[in-house]
Ligand binder design. Structure first.
Ligand code: SAH
Ligand code: SF4
Length: 357
């Protein structure tokens, strides 16, 4: 659905008063209406006009699969130009319903361990395509008398490579007259695009920031994350320091545990030293097999050892609960299955483009 202001403008060009736009947004976001025909407060003629000219959702559901334990639901969507993206709804034991959404069709950054990074890059999503992933699940939950509690931008794509559309989508998701999901319940995850972090400092939107660190030294980080060639670890730490100094908000570090790559005790000490004293939290992510990349996850015992060492530095650190592995809906697995089936074209990541840009 369009942002309220955009809908008002669109209707005003047709001489339809603004209160109609507000009625539509309310019906769609607060009452879970999925078609104009069911918004009975609108005149019949307007219902028909809107049905053809202003689609409620900018994406079409192709398929939905649930994990065996029912905790996770993954949806494959088709965009107007045929590109496909995925989003995931997770029901946690504590009653939270978290939706993980995509910001791009594919990703240009080519991290060595990530399924999305091996796909051909499609394009940036529009703000509407981003916020509609949330609206889709909000409407589904509405019909079960439930509500989304959290949003994470941890699906396909790098949010800060599509900064403006992501920020506009977050405002739509946050709009009290619309979906009304609190900014503090929204988390944006970046692989370390410093400009994005610096820009976020000045936004009047208090969303949480997660940084995919994955390595505490530049050499190792460069090996697994090509983006480190463009933004060094040192630059990244400076941007994070600015963010923390100016916003006083806690950031989360994500650290995917890769066997024999970034999980040694020595590396754990380096990580502890690098971030000790910061207002932060570390999430150690057990690696999810992708089926297309030849990397293994660390064994649970090594993850616990790593955690205990980082803890010695006074850094809050937890091991992330992973849901939905059986339907390839866990971190880093999105688009993998679809790519295999040829629904999303697979190609080498565009590393060169990043290095030169
Ligand atoms: N592009 C952004 C957000 C999407 S990825 C980013 O990189 O931060 C969300 C998280 O999943 C990132 O921390 C990413 O590194 C991690 N991830 C990628 N592939 C993974 C895998 N196979 N197993 C576990 N986590 C993975
Ligand atoms: Fe892109 Fe994030 Fe995957 Fe890296 S981990 S390839 S930045 S989606």
């Amino acid at each position: 659905m369009l942002a309220t202001q955009d809908l008002i403008q669109k209707l005003e060009t047709k001489k339809i008063p603004r209160y109609r736009a507000i009625q539509v947004i309310h019906a769609v976001c607060k009452e879970g209406k999925t078609s104009y025909a069911t918004i009975t407060t609108l005149p019949l003629e307007l219902q028909r006009e809107l049905e053809t000219e202003v689609p409620i959702l900018s994406l079409k559901q192709v398929r939905q699969v649930a994990s065996k334990d029912g905790s996770t639901i993954k949806t494959l969507f088709e965009l107007h130009d045929g590109l496909k993206i995925e989003a995931v709804l997770m029901h946690f034991k504590d009653g939270r319903h978290t939706v993980c959404i995509s910001s791009q069709a594919g990703c240009q950054l080519g991290c060595k361990f990530c399924a999305t990074g091996t796909m051909r890059f499609g394009r940036n999503l529009t703000y509407e395509e981003i916020s509609d992933q949330v609206l889709f699940y909000a409407q589904q939950l509405h019909h079960q008398d439930q509500r989304i509690s959290n949003i994470v931008l941890m699906g396909m794509g790098e949010p800060f490579m599509n900064y403006d559309n992501v920020l506009k989508a977050l405002r739509v998701i946050n709009d009290p007259d619309g979906m009304n999901i609190g900014a503090r319940n929204i988390t944006v995850s970046t692989s370390g695009i410093c400009e994005g972090i610096e820009k976020l400092i000045n936004e009047d939107l208090q969303v949480n920031l997660a940084v995919s660190l994955h390595a505490p030294n530049q050499e190792l980080r460069k090996k697994i994350m090509p983006i480190a060639n463009k933004y060094s670890l040192e630059q990244l730490m400076t941007a994070i320091k600015n963010y923390q100094d100016k916003t006083h908000r806690r950031i989360s570090y994500e650290y995917v545990m890769l066997k024999g790559i970034n999980d040694s005790e020595e590396v754990a000490h380096q990580l502890g030293k690098l971030i000790q004293g910061q207002l932060c939290h570390v999430n150690l992510i057990p690696y999810n097999a992708t089926g297309i990349i030849n990397i293994e996850g660390s064994i649970p015992e090594q993850i616990r050892k790593f955690r205990d060492i980082v803890k010695e530095y006074g850094v809050p650190v937890t091991i992330r609960v992973t849901l939905g592995q059986d339907i390839q809906a866990a971190c880093g697995q999105l688009a993998n299955k679809a790519a295999k089936e040829g629904e999303i074209a697979k190609q080498k990541p565009l590393e060169v483009q990043i290095k030169n840009s």
